[in-house]
Ligand binder design. Structure first.
Ligand code: 5GP
Ligand code: MN
Length: 328
């Protein structure tokens, strides 16, 4: 990976215009990484544009400069300008860039900074990919000095948000010494962990609480209580006045049952597509299960999409989860 960090530094040094983007339905690690990198590259005198396929979720609108992220409209014309360098963060699958994909693919050089398990043939000319890192923001924290970027309080707040998001505020199994070390240093630099916890996790709109109510009503246990599933039909979103953003974290709520090792939340925020979020405890590898259905993610947190009815999606995934439980 070292030679890729050197290559990234050279690409940045040689670029005037740089495009930064992350995945569709961005989370705290995605937005934190985009904003930290944008601020750092701007401090180096670069002309930086941050684009996104989807809007910045409400719970991340406390981050410095979040409004500078340009959301690409559905009917946006193809790229007019070609950036010298494009950097995709927290994603190593071009399709997951959504509407940002053509803009990044048009750049003269494409770099990837990510912590997801890469496919056999990841995109990009430069790849700083470390699946062992708890967050993309942790990778950025570690390589900023190599890139010649000073860590300001604003950058520290963005990076800590990414690490805190992807470790569930330092509760998940990926919370390792290096993440805690980074967090300690970022707080010393001026990051505010209390604000992050409050904004990202604690405060919720009523629509999200109403959606949670429906999800808990639909919860079912399988395999002697070791698997929890629930669903949110499109009607449930309408009744709660909710959007997909309000579904964030519900999969963790149904996974709280003491006996549960794997939880899966099936949802239809827009009619016709079933999005599934899967979580597990311990060694149960739910990313392998999701890959069987064209999705992916991490060992303990993964997802996939079905173009079927809700019933068919549950009927397809549940046996694979039961198999994962039995064979691990
Ligand atoms: P979430 O359930 O929060 O949407 O996603 C959990 C994890 O799985 C995230 O790290 C996300 O990047 C990954 N993930 C979710 N859906 C997909 C998918 O359709 N394809 C891939 N490759 N990864 C996914
Ligand atoms: Mn991440």
């Amino acid at each position: 990976m070292l030679e890729h960090i050197t290559a990234l530094k050279q690409a940045i040094d040689g670029a005037k215009s740089i495009l930064v983007a992350s995945h569709q339905h961005p989370d705290g690690d995605a937005i934190g990484a985009v904003l930290a990198l944008k601020a750092g590259l701007e401090a180096l005198g670069k002309q930086v544009t941050a684009v996104s396929s989807d809007r910045v979720p409400n719970n991340l609108r406390f981050l410095p400069d979040w409004e500078s992220i340009q959301v690409i409209a559905e009917d946006a014309p193809p790229p007019q300008q070609v950036a010298d360098l494009a950097i995709m963060v927290d994603v190593s699958v071009v399709a997951r860039l959504g509407r940002a994909a053509p803009f990044l693919e048009a750049a003269k050089t494409l770099a990837v900074v990510d912590h997801h398990q890469p496919s056999d043939d990841p995109p990009g000319d430069i790849r700083v990919i470390d699946p062992k890192a708890s967050a993309t923001c942790l990778i950025l924290y570690l390589i900023l000095p190599e890139l010649g970027i000073d860590n300001t309080p604003a950058i520290a707040q963005c990076l800590l948000t990414g690490i805190a998001t992807d470790t569930g505020s330092f509760r998940f199994g990926n919370t390792d010494p290096i993440s805690l070390d980074a967090a300690s240093h970022l707080v010393a630099l001026g990051a505010n962990l209390t604000q992050i916890n409050e904004e990202v996790w604690e405060k919720k709109p009523l629509s999200a609480i109403n959606l949670l109510r429906a999800a808990l009503n639909h919860m079912e246990l399988h395999s002697s209580g070791q698997i929890a599933t629930s669903y949110l039909a499109n009607d449930d979103y309408a009744a709660a006045g909710a959007t997909d953003e309000d579904s964030e974290g519900i999969v963790n709520e149904i996974g709280r049952v003491r006996t549960v090792m794997i939880s899966a939340m099936f949802r239809e925020p827009k009619p016709g597509k079933i999005r599934v979020s899967v979580r597990s405890r311990g060694a149960y590898d739910v990313s392998a299960v999701c890959r069987l259905f064209g999705g992916g993610g991490h060992v303990n947190a993964a997802g996939c999409t079905f173009d079927t009815s809700m019933e068919e999606a549950i009927a397809a995934l549940l046996p694979a989860l039961e198999e994962c439980l039995a064979s691990s």
